[in-house]
Design a binder for this molecule. Sequence first.
Ligand SMILES: NC(=O)c1ccc[n+]([C@@H]2O[C@H](COP(=O)([O-])OP(=O)(O)OC[C@H]3O[C@@H](n4cnc5c(N)ncnc54)[C@H](O)[C@@H]3O)[C@@H](O)[C@H]2O)c1
Length: 360
Amino acid sequence: MFNNVYKGKKVFLTGHTGFKGSWLALWLTELGAEVFGYSLTPNTNPAMFKELKIEPKISKSIIGSILDEKTLKKSMLEFQPDIVFHLAAQPLVRLSYQEPILTYQTNVIGTLNVLDTAHCCTSVKAFVNVTTDKCYENKEINRGYKEDEPMGGYDMYSSSKGCVEVMSSSFRRSFLQDENSMAMATARAGNVIGGGDWAQDRLIPDCVRSINAGQKIEIRNPVAVRPWQHVLEPLSGYLLLGEKLLCEGKKYAEGFNFGPNEDSVLKVAEVAQKVTEFYGQGEVIVHKKDDLHEANLLMLNIEKAEKVLGWTPTYTANQAIEKTVNWYKHFYNKDTDMYNFTIDQIKEYEDSIKWDKILH
Ligand SMILES: NC(=O)c1ccc[n+]([C@@H]2O[C@H](COP(=O)([O-])OP(=O)(O)OC[C@H]3O[C@@H](n4cnc5c(N)ncnc54)[C@H](O)[C@@H]3O)[C@@H](O)[C@H]2O)c1
C-alpha cells in the first residue's frame, strides 16, 4: 500500500483522539509508521480512542492544544517527523453557532500554529492539511464544486475552513517556495461516516444513539443532500496525497477534493432509512427544523484527485452505511474485539481498492 512509503516514517498526527484521527492512527501504525499523536482529550463518551485503547498502540500520544505554541513546538521538534497530517479542529457546524470564537481560534489560528511549527522543523518534508467540502462558497448548485472555485461558508465552521484554505494558500506562497521547504497540500472531504463516531448532531451517531436508547430517530432536514463516504475513503486520499508529497514534493502541493461517486450523494432521510434497514430496527421521524442555517445541497467534483493522484472512491453508499452499522452493532452487542474488527475493516478496504487500474 502507498508504495510502502510509510514504513518506518515518523508521522506527526494532530486530532488523533478524534473520530478520523483514531482510524488514521491505526491505519498508519498498520502501515509501519511511527505515529506521534497531538490532541486534546477525547470529547465524547464513548470515544473510539479510548474504547480501542489506541494510546499504547502508537509511538507517543501527547494531550496538548494546537493553540499552545510552546508545547506544540517542543513536541514536534523533539519528534522530528517526516510528515504531518493535521486533522485537529472544531469540526461541528452547529457548535460553531454557539462557539464562533473557539471555532475560529482552533481552526484558523490553530492550523497556522501547526503550519508555522512544521515550517520551522526542517525534518518535515510533507504536510497534509485537512479542511472540508464546506470550505466552498455554497451556491446550492446541482453539481460538485471544483478545487478552484471560491472559498466561503455561511456558518462559522464552514467559513473558518474557507479561511484555513485561503490562509494555507497564502502561507504556501509566502514561506514554502524554496526547494527545501515542506510540500503542503489541503484535502477537502465530504460527510464522513464510519464506526467510532459519537459526535453530537451528526446523522449516524444520532441514529445509533436513538436506536440503542429505543427511541425514534429524529432528523432535522430530511431532504438535505450530502456527499456521504466511509471514513476510510478520505483517509486513503490523505495517505495517497501524503505519499505523493513525500516522494514527489511540490508538484502535488495544492488543494484536492476527496468525495464519493455521484450515486453516493444521498438525502439525509435516505441515509437514516438505510441505517434502520441494516440495523434491523429503528424508526425515522422528521423533527421540527430549528432556525440554524445548514446547507441543503453539497457535492464535490473529484475529477482532479482521479486524474492527478489516481485516487477513486471504493465503496458505494450502501456498502459504507452497512460497514458503519456493522461496527456499531458489534460495539453495542459487546460480542467482538473492536480493535481487531477495526483492523479487519481497514484490511478489507485495502483489498477492495481499485486504484491500480487507474495510474499505479
Ligand atoms: N467527520 C466529518 O464528516 C468531516 C468531514 C469533512 C472534514 N472533516 C475534518 O476532518 C478533521 C477531523 O474531524 P473528526 O470528524 O475526526 O473530528 P473530531 O471532533 O472527532 O476530532 C477532532 C480532533 O481535534 C482535536 N482538537 C480539537 N481542538 C484541539 C486543539 N485546540 N488542540 C489540539 N487538538 C484539538 C480533538 O482533540 C480531536 O482529536 C477535522 O479537521 C474536520 O474539520 C470531518
